[in-house]
Write a protein that binds this ligand. Structure first.
Ligand SMILES: NC(=O)c1ccc[n+]([C@@H]2O[C@H](COP(=O)([O-])OP(=O)(O)OC[C@H]3O[C@@H](n4cnc5c(N)ncnc54)[C@H](O)[C@@H]3O)[C@@H](O)[C@H]2O)c1
Length: 351
């Protein structure tokens, strides 16, 4: 049986996800390098199918998904050729999808908005995957409402609060649908690396006193972070990093700038200061360089398959083990280990 997904926003992350479905769809075993879980709950990547997609950019609306994922301003590298999907990108309402900075690069289509709930119903989508820009809070809420109307589960990769908001989680509970989020965690992202380092230091008796994590990138998402999303990103990342330490330290984590020639690359800088034996100070100064959107692919594929399991088990409301494993701002913040353990127990529950 196929897992049918609807993409909201055909940007860089959506491109990496669709390319990943093609790349891994025909591979197995050792050929699945870069994929954390080739199979989850009996589902491989070949079992995931895009059945609907929505965007607002004139270079994407009306195009087959296989073409739209490579249209500008997307700048994720071409990792796999994608054959015609036979799914055309529908126009969604713009709402707050385009920000002060991103209006320079997103060319809003003047086609008529589609009836999103109707398209979702007709496509028979199991779940809606929200990949809107991070500042599109109203748009994320609007699409969450459309998911509720059309009986779809909701995966919120954005930092808008949906799964972690009690009112929204309750709406999904009442509709007897699962919701997961918020703000997807990367496979080898700055947040994961930073938390792991802090946990390692703390486990070894180092008392971390101050730490920061700052990054620059060249994707549209980094452009959005210059303006309206700066504070929300900083707050979500800082809270997530703070949860890695069993005590309070001075933590700053956020995005700093947009560097267009980096394309979809993201450079993250970490600085950690702590005290080890006899209160002697120590310091770590590090840089991580990744391509942003592919970094989301592996976790997104895990989360999509886990949400299908949640649907099959008729779970409703926020699914805590999936939120804790795959997102920076779940309803209940936990350490990486606890998140992993909760997810493993969730997957093993049927066995
Ligand atoms: N590694 C990662 O890339 C990563 C990790 C964690 C979270 N996220 C989150 O995933 C989301 C997507 O990231 P991205 O890099 O793909 O962003 P992006 O800016 O490349 O893509 C967003 C897409 O949404 C479209 N859009 C804007 N308003 C819309 C509307 N009202 N309706 C439909 N489409 C609309 C844009 O045209 C664009 O195609 C962001 O919220 C980001 O914070 C990404």
């Amino acid at each position: 049986m196929k897992i049918k997904i609807a993409l909201i926003g055909v940007g860089n992350c959506a491109s990496a996800l669709v390319q990943g479905l093609q790349y891994y769809g025909t591979r197995s075993g050792v050929d699945c390098v870069g994929l954390r879980n080739p199979v989850i709950g009996g589902f491989g990547c070949k079992d995931i199918e895009v059945v609907a997609a929505f965007d607002v950019d004139t270079r994407k609306v009306g195009k087959d998904v296989s073409e739209a994922i490579f249209a500008e301003p997307n700048n994720v590298p071409r990792m796999s050729d994608v054959p015609l999907c036979k799914v055309v990108v529908s126009k969604g309402p713009v709402l707050d999808g385009v920000g002060e900075y991103t209006k320079q690069v997103i060319h809003v289509s003047n086609s008529q908005d589609s009836n999103v709930a109707m398209v979702l119903k007709e496509s028979d989508a199991d779940m809606v995957v929200d990949l809107l820009p991070s500042g599109a809070v109203k748009a994320s809420q609007w699409y969450a409402e459309q998911a509720l109307i059309s009986g779809c589960a909701f995966v919120n990769a954005t930092p808008s609060f949906i799964a972690s908001d009690v009112v929204w989680a309750q709406k999904f509970e009442t509709a007897e649908l699962p919701v997961v989020g918020d703000d997807l965690i990367d496979q080898v992202g700055a947040t994961t690396l930073h938390k792991t380092l802090l946990q390692l230091l703390s486990m070894n008796g180092v008392h971390v006193t101050e730490t920061y994590q700052l990054d620059v990138g060249g994707g549209t998402e980094s452009l959005d972070t210059l303006g309206r999303t700066k504070d929300i990103k900083r707050s979500v990342k800082t809270q997530s990093i703070e949860a890695a330490l069993p005590y309070k330290a001075a933590v700053v984590a956020g995005s700093t700038d947009y560097v267009d020639f980096l394309q979809n690359r993201r450079d993250s800088y970490f600085w950690i200061r702590g005290m080890h034996f006899c209160n002697v100070p120590m310091q770590i100064d590090l840089k991580l360089s990744t391509i942003d959107a592919p970094n989301a692919g592996s976790v997104l594929l895990d989360v999509v398959r886990a949400v299908k399991i949640a649907l099959d088990r008729k779970l409703k409301g926020a699914v805590d083990p999936v939120c804790a494993y795959g997102f920076k701002h779940p309803p209940k913040l936990v350490s990486l280990e606890i998140g992993e353990e909760m997810f493993s127990l969730f997957l093993a529950a049927d066995k």
